[in-house]
Design a protein around this ligand. Structure first.
Ligand code: SAH
Length: 352
């Protein structure tokens, strides 16, 4: 079966030609798949029946099946557990902000980066996702909520730069004017810092925002909490960020999760000011979200504010991430690839 939802229009035209159908049919099919987010070939009413039958025999229209949906009581954030055809699951989160609706998607089932404070990596990497599986997390949420989605963050489970070709294809398809047409400026990709792939990404000249999960300002400290730091030093990362900014004109942002007594001292803030200035980065502060397998505690509110003020008085632009969905384990670092043991066994959405 051919994964036709991972094709761009040119590839779909080739595929359609291979089925001895006319070229313009590819455009119609593309619109069904990517603008109308249809998953059932039978519903594609302007395609001839014979073509629809060929599709059911030849093509798989990848679908993210919601097996669990949890809605936050405090802010209406929705967390979805999606299942793909091989039974592998990922989580995605829908958030409403003043500036529009945002979806956070996973780039891999599981993760092999091993960051100590993150729940997504506890069971290692299960498998990479395909471009269609990245898209489907957004399309399935759009089908469920029936609202326009204007912002995408690739900040769920997985390391997007460890699934590089999929990420590139995904960005092309989600921002394509014949599909959902989401502006690249409204797409953020977060990486734990695979330096050579930051450079590779810069060559595509995308207008996306790249966020670097920094979390520590010395190599020694960073290696303690992020094993990826054993492979790439902060110097190498800063060089890559500098080149990225120069090439794309897009300012990098640093993600910095504040862990009590670990990375939240004045000295840490000073180090962060130096690094931010080196690459003209903006800083996003996230008080660390506790996960039950580790004993990291979040920095207190007062200290978070003082840390932010210290950055600002050093001339660095800093924001504190507004937290949504904490009560449903939908916040940063809390996503997993399977059901939590404590979750009710009963499904909130009936299986087809
Ligand atoms: N692999 C990518 C994207 C996934 S993590 C990356 O590392 O950037 C998305 C963001 O959540 C990252 O900045 C990550 O460091 C942060 N994060 C992970 N666990 C967290 C936790 N427990 N509390 C707060 N932020 C966390």
């Amino acid at each position: 079966m051919v994964d036709i939802k991972s094709f761009n229009l040119t590839e779909l035209e080739d595929y359609v030609a291979g089925l001895s159908e006319q070229k313009y049919r590819a455009r119609q099919l593309y619109e069904w798949l990517h603008a109308k987010c249809e998953t059932d070939a039978e519903q594609m009413s302007n395609l001839p029946k014979s073509f629809r039958e060929k599709l059911s025999r030849n093509a798989e229209i990848v679908c993210a099946r919601p097996v669990e949906i949890q809605t936050s009581k405090t802010d209406g954030t929705k967390k979805y557990l999606f299942e793909f055809s091989d039974g592998e699951c990922v989580e995605s989160v829908f958030m409403r902000y003043k500036h529009g609706n945002s979806v956070c998607i996973s780039s891999q089932a599981g993760c092999r980066m091993g960051c100590k404070f993150c729940a997504s990596t506890l069971d290692g990497l299960k498998r990479n996702l395909t471009p269609s599986e990245l898209l489907e997390q957004i399309y399935a949420i759009k089908r469920d909520v029936g609202e326009r989605i204007s912002n995408i963050v690739v900040m769920g489970t997985g390391e997007p730069l460890d699934n590089f070709d999929t990420l590139i294809k995904f960005i092309e398809l989600i921002s394509d004017k014949n599909g959902l047409n989401i502006s690249q400026r409204n797409i953020t990709v977060s990486t734990c810092g695979i330096a050579p792939n930051i450079l590779r990404l810069s060559e595509y000249d995308f207008q996306i925002t790249l966020a670097l999960s920094l979390h520590a300002v010395t190599d020694e400290k960073r290696r303690e909490i992020m094993p990826v730091a054993l492979s790439y030093s902060i110097d190498e990362l800063m060089d890559a960020c500098k080149k990225y900014f120069k090439r794309t004109g897009r300012r990098i942002s640093f993600e910095y999760s504040l862990i009590a007594g670990k990375n939240d001292s004045d000295e840490d803030a000073e180090g962060l000011i130096r690094l931010s200035k080196r690459v003209s980065a903006h800083v996003n502060l996230i008080p660390v979200n506790p996960i039950k397998e580790r004993d990291y505690r979040r920095t207190g509110e007062k200290r978070v504010r003082a840390f932010k003020e210290k950055l600002e008085s050093g001339g660095v632009n800093a924001t504190i991430r507004r937290e949504l969905g904490t009560d449903i384990d939908g916040a940063c670092g809390q996503l997993r690839h399977r059901r939590n043991a404590e979750f009710p066994k009963q499904l909130t959405v009936p299986r087809k």
